[in-house]
Design a protein around this ligand. Sequence first.
Ligand SMILES: *Cc1c(COP(=O)(O)O)cnc(C)c1O
Length: 369
Amino acid sequence: MEQVKIPVLDLTPEIEALWDELMAAIQKVLKSGQFIMGPNVKAFEQEVAAYLGVKHAIGVNSGTDALVIALRSAGIGPGDEVITTPFTFFATAEAISQVGAIPVFVDIDPKTFNIDPELIEPAITPKTKAILPVHLYGQAADMDPIMGLAAKYNLKVIEDTAQAFGGEYKGRKLGTIGNVGCFSFFPSKNLGAFGDGGLIATNDDEIAEIARMLRVHGARKKYYNEMIGYNSRLDEIQAAILRVKLPHIDEWNEARRQAAKRYNELLKDVPGIVTPYEAPYAKHVYHQYTIRVLNGRRNEVKKHLEEQGISTMIYYPVPVHKLPVYANKNYRLPEAEKAAGEVLSLPIWSQITEEMQKQIKRNFEDALA
Ligand SMILES: *Cc1c(COP(=O)(O)O)cnc(C)c1O
């Protein structure tokens, strides 16, 4: 069997399929001479709001900025505690710290890798102001119990939807269930721009109004600044690119789901690994297809695959509570720590072929033989 090199993500088929449309959209922006806060941003915001079924969509510069601005717009600030997951990209906790608040980490459900709702209530204190679940790898966190606790304790819910554009919880679009949802269009995300980009979604008029001000230096009207804000806008070229891509997101997410199904089938009899669990409440969009490699063999398997030309990734090798800036709190979160030692994300993109996946399966069998 011929062995081809397989990257962890290949964006070229998506770009090639839309090449002419993308070039036309970019050229149109260049010819318009309008690069910041122009018609593409406005139209993209309307199109995303319609897609998500949400009142307000507000483009910003990145997913990280979406989190920072969402937190501030929801009234979270210095000294407030925000309960979140330790098993996420650093930006989730970083945004909480950035606004002066304190991230409080609770452990994950080992099946979904998402925050375990049962562990949230014991972590609530009089200082707790919000819960920040992450829909990791494209799968919904269990939102009903989270929203129940938020109602009971009068907390805000901010959803980190950076990895789950188009994903659903019980038929509802992720990022629209809490008070505010945060999205990233970093190029490798399942809806990616050709540079940085992000978006805030909310049904709350007040949150939307503050977010719109914060992204332009805290001004409602130019040069009449009212708050200390940010320079954080989605630019016209990225918005134009995203407008070409948005109509394809459902088809791409569905293709990822099909690829995940093929992996599940191919890998089900490979010993020593655990394939992803799809919770009954979730429509998983497989931003990542992440397995566990058991018996302490993850790094060895990763190396073997690498030698065969197959790239894989570890999201994330260190849970956030163990990173130097948070490690002083001495958290012990055994499930997150265990997951960090076992997870392995396999190549996935909407056009990955069955042939590639079969090759990956054969290499797994060799690695674990
Ligand atoms: C990518 C990501 C972010 C940050 O998004 P950027 O656009 O890179 O700033 C935040 N949270 C999670 C879970 C992410 O995966």
